[in-house]
Design a binder for this molecule. Sequence first.
Ligand code: NDP
Length: 526
Amino acid sequence: MSAVLSFPTAQDEIISYNPATREEFGRAGCASVEEVRAAVQKSRQAFEKWKETSFKERARFVMRAREIILDELDEIARLISDESGKPIAEALSMEIAPVLDLMQYFARNAAKILKPERINIGLYATMGRTSKIIYKPLGTVGIIPAWNYPFSIPLGEAVMALMAGNAVIVKPSELTPFIGLKIGEIFEKVGLPENVLQVVTGDGRTGAALVDAGIEKIMFTGSVATGKKIAESAAKHLTSVVLELGGKDPMIVFADANLKLAAQGAIWGAFCNSGQSCSSVERLYVEESVAEEFTELIVEKTKRLNQNSGDKETTDVAAMSSERQIKIVEDHIESFRNEGAKILTGGKRNANLKGAFYEPTVISNATNEMRGMREETFGPTLPIATFKAEQEAIDLANDSDFGLTASVWTGDLEKGRRVAEKILAGTVCVNEVLYTHGIGQTPWGGFKQSGYGRTHGRHGLMELVAPQHIHVNRALLAPNAWWLPYSPLAVETFRGFARHFAGGSLRQTIKLAPQLLKRIKELRGK
Ligand code: NDP
């Protein structure tokens, strides 16, 4: 077994910065179109052997990679924190721990999930036929993640793709290339066969080259605008794409909820990762009768949050990933102000810190008409609106172009489930918020502009394989009644098919037997 890692040798460079200090973190290559093509070619060769490995062999590599991550736990957490800006606590709790769990789950269960499946083909079985589905790997899977969960998202998807028998190329975000390269290094250390997993650093052009390389699958996580470009470009090659895009996720708090718990949930849901989660709480709807009490709780708790650089263990809210992202937050806060909402706390950069820090911000008097309630903010902001009745809350939550996740908070679980089922989002939690991307067993993905396709769970694994139907006819004595040539007898038999066989009832179909025998006799004579 030899090395897996592919460091681009391009002359172009991308520069990564520590968002907390604004200092240069490092420089990585920016792979050109030719280099991406070369990586794809190597990937195709590697795939030919990798697809023949057993699930057990694949699982061994994945479980060894887990061990490496555990051995280097603090070092990796620090790398994630330094390059992406997030608190070390979240690097551990929201990236490393969940992906370790995902790794063990798919290492242990991929074989079971992708086991060949016998299909019940109803009356066709009475004619001596059998059908089964086998799941074949696709080939090369390209993973293009965003910068906000730069370790867990690409690593989780890579593990699933590898377990399914695919070769993988990861193109990390230009903001977090070294976290991407770390994923390659981990698999290099476990001796994954060469080029089965490659990491190709670069910017949007490198990502575009990967999409344009005619590979078998693209797993994309990012903005709606880039997602649409990718879908368009992938269509030229009929490359299938999973799009995990933006969100504007609603949280509905009913008056009968445990308000203290809901307030804690809201604060974590809105401010963890500085609000830069696709499933961040970006719209909070609270029942009017408790709105004042609930808002006070939120403001009081928000004011107590400790904002500092991510490397400190006591940091609650750290730096944002980039200047570009802070500017979007500033723009939305400005528009909230201009449209009549009230900023209750925050609403500005943190002047005591020199990096990309925006204070956790709570906004009241928000309405769905405001721009900040419609466009994705992706920052530490929590706009609060009110409602009077259950149906109004549902309507407000659904009044969005996005549909990634949502949450409903109530002491009445039946009401919680009822409301959850009426919300148009890929995941709806009752008395929980945001964290379900961390459950590797459950599907992740959105409705509407939040994208299509799924990652994680059985549905996510199925995105990474092609189901192949193997159909066998064990009755080798007679031709099929529907074969050529046709005749009046044939047409009469087919009428019988439509009337009896197609009803799915054996008793009805038996009525066809004399006709069928005549027809088969007719065909035998031809
Ligand atoms: P972008 O769409 O800007 O970038 C996403 C990735 O695509 C990056 O790796 C980027 O590379 C790459 N890229 C950029 N242009 C192209 C192109 N033309 N062809 C191929 N690849 C390209 O998104 P952000 O990185 O800003 O991520 C934030 C977005 O991601 C938010 O909308 C957020 O909601 C969403 N997201 C969705 C999740 C989900 O599960 N639904 C999870 C996490 C985030 P580079 O960075 O080098 O330009």
